[in-house]
Design a protein around this ligand. Structure first.
Ligand code: PMV
Length: 345
């Protein structure tokens, strides 16, 4: 029997402090602007990739269910690249398990494509360094480039494929920040972020947001370096407002906010201004609010968010590590979910 080639890896979601929105190259996901994020330790995806000479097409199983949609097409971009590089042309079983609610604007795709890039390259014996792995993950979903390195991460805008990758600005334990994610809706997004990136350039203010990004990146880097929460809060909220201003002025407009989204935004600013709490908010392509706070605040922020009517659940996460390879014996449960014989691992 021909050799079965398997690799397994895990990666975390990330939350952007300075957002990526719009591409200069949609095929390679070369972004319109640089971005900064931190990984979310509590939001995790684990993926097993098995290249199998007997398969007649690629399979994708997420949380025990076979998938045949958008994710499947984007997965092909990564698998095609890996097969070409390794000169191995078998189809693959891709079996993934995640605790991240999908398609609700929680960047489930970032963790998914970072884990996939690492597991697939490992399966075929390719040893990519962190930079090249980040570039590969980027092809699946731009923000996945940022889930490869650990901790607080910057994704360089770059000039071409080769210099467009993410790297660690500060390790995960540099500053004890937390993300308290107020879930106000788990309805799937009507428009994927992939389509959203294409709409960005239809907004008459996208160019101004992009032109100002080097300044916001610099302010954010300095705020992180100095662990200066007030400086961080101002730039993070301004950046989120700019992102949503672009979304709301695209054609067609993307309007993600619910009434409770706006209420949380006001309330968080009040907590900061009136109570002196170290809290600020940011929002991705969805109505859920990411409330960033320092470690000493987490319990009270979580409790206070849960008390707001319309908040369904609050997920909390500290800053996380980067993507990592797992020994295949730790991925037996994934093999079972994908109905793959465990003796293959
Ligand atoms: O990587 P994508 O295509 O899911 O885009 C992510 C876009 C935002 O979450 C809105 C911003 C960001 O930088 O994560």
């Amino acid at each position: 029997m021909a050799r079965i080639l398997a690799g397994c890896a895990e990666a975390h979601a990330n939350i952007a402090l300075i957002k990526y929105w719009g591409n200069r190259d949609h095929r390679l996901n070369l972004p319109a602007n640089g971005s900064i994020s931190f990984n979310l330790d509590a939001l995790l995806t684990r993926t097993l990739v098995v290249f199998d000479p007997k398969l007649t097409e690629d399979r994708l199983v997420i949380n025990g269910q076979e998938r045949r949609r958008e994710e499947h097409r984007r997965m092909q971009r990564i698998l095609a690249w890996v097969r070409e590089k390794a000169g191995v042309y078998h189809y693959a079983h891709v079996i993934s398990a995640t605790n991240i609610p999908m398609a609700v604007g929680l960047a489930s795709s970032a963790a998914a494509f970072a884990a996939l890039a690492l597991a697939a390259t490992k399966a075929l014996g390719l040893h990519l360094d962190e930079r090249d792995l980040s570039r590969l993950a980027r092809r699946g979903s731009g923000s996945a480039a940022r889930s490869v390195p650990e901790g607080f991460v910057e994704w360089r805008v770059g000039t071409r494929d080769e210099d467009c990758y993410a790297f660690t600005l500060f390790p995960a334990d540099y500053w004890e920040l937390w993300d308290c994610i107020a879930l106000v809706s788990t309805r799937p997004k009507p428009i994927s972020s992939m389509e959203g990136h294409r709409l960005a350039e239809t907004s008459p203010i996208q160019w101004a947001r992009v032109a100002d990004t080097p300044r916001r990146l610099e302010v954010c880097r300095n705020a992180l370096r100095n662990r200066d929460f007030n400086a961080l809060a101002d730039i993070v909220e301004q950046d989120a407002h700019l992102l949503h201003a672009v979304m709301q002025t695209s054609t067609p407009p993307l309007f993600y906010w619910e009434p409770v989204t706006v209420e949380i935004m006001h309330t968080v600013r009040q907590w900061r201004k009136e109570k002196g709490w170290n809290v600020c908010y940011t929002l991705d392509a969805g109505p859920n609010v990411h409330v960033i706070c320092t470690g000493d605040m987490v319990a009270r922020v979580q409790e206070a968010l849960e008390a707001i009517p319309g908040v369904q659940q609050v997920l909390v996460s500290r800053v996380g590590k980067g993507a990592r390879v797992l020994p295949t014996h730790l991925c037996m449960d994934l093999a079972q979910q994908g109905r793959i014989p465990t003796h293959w691992l």
